[in-house]
Design a protein around this ligand. Structure first.
Ligand code: ADP
Ligand code: AMP
Length: 218
């Protein structure tokens, strides 16, 4: 099962992708997490990506596509995966499509988590992330058990630099210009499904599970 999560920054793609990965035992692949891990480890890729991420801009396709294609070629991806934050541009989607066609394969579903812009700034300013294990929380909606500490690995939680309101506005503009066209791209392929992302995260997940059930996944 190969799934793409679509939606604005902060729509809940990562939250849902992790739940899907747990339930269906497939890897959750987040290009944002891969970049953040590289930044943390001080790699050349991380330093290059950071220049763009800090401004709320997209990392260039040349860098992003290679990382993603290498990742999905790993053995743990044989039975599928859930992509979170990739593709974010039409050229990225075309490269992924071509790579899959060459394998006689295709994306099963692109799930669009729909949240209006008005809700996004609040979501992002309340998001707290664990840069160690990638878990995310929300200070009001999905708080950790102990304030500021990751439930899963005990490391400190942070407000991501790119979640500050001024950067979020840029990220939303970038989303509307470069990523939203993917909704039409996957709709034309007949694999787009949209869920309301404004409801409780468990209800969002239930809606996604219903969609996947239709394709014979329990
Ligand atoms: P994305 O991966 O799309 O950028 P996240 O999954 O990190 O978004 O979610 C953004 C923020 O909103 C996080 O703080 C997360 O805990 C919170 N969140 C996710 N889903 C919901 C929801 N259904 N209701 C309220 N808050 C949510
Ligand atoms: P995310 O964790 O998905 O919110 O991504 C954080 C940031 O990483 C984005 O704002 C981009 O700067 C960068 N990024 C993540 N995925 C991609 C992608 N597929 N293409 C370009 N940039 C990306």
């Amino acid at each position: 099962m190969k799934i793409i999560m679509l939606g604005a920054p902060g729509a809940g793609k990562g939250t849902q992708a992790k739940m899907i990965a747990d339930k269906y035992q497939i890897p959750h692949i987040s290009t944002g997490d891969i970049f953040r891990a590289n930044i943390k480890n001080g790699t050349e890729l991380g330093m290059e990506a950071k220049k763009y991420m800090d401004q709320g801009l997209l990392v260039p396709d040349e860098l992003t596509v290679k990382i993603l294609l290498d990742r999905v070629a790993q053995p743990d991806c044989e039975n599928g995966y859930v992509l979170d934050g990739f593709p974010r541009t039409i050229p990225q989607a075309e490269v992924l499509d071509k790579a899959l066609v060459e394998l006689g394969d295709a994306i099963d579903y692109a799930i669009n988590v729909d949240v209006p812009d008005e809700n996004i700034i609040n979501r992002m300013s309340g998001r707290r992330a664990c840069l160690s294990c990638g878990a995310t929380y929300h200070i009001v909606h999905i708080p950790p058990k102990t304030e500021g500490v990751c439930d899963k690995c005990g490391q400190p939680l942070v407000l991501r630099d790119d979640d500050k309101p001024e950067t979020v506005k840029n990220r939303l503009n970038v989303y509307h210009e470069q990523t939203q066209p993917l909704i039409d791209f996957y709709s034309a392929k007949g694999v787009l499904r949209t869920v309301d992302g404004t409801v409780d995260m468990q209800d969002v997940f239930n809606a996604i599970v219903e969609i996947l059930k239709d394709a014979g996944n329990n």
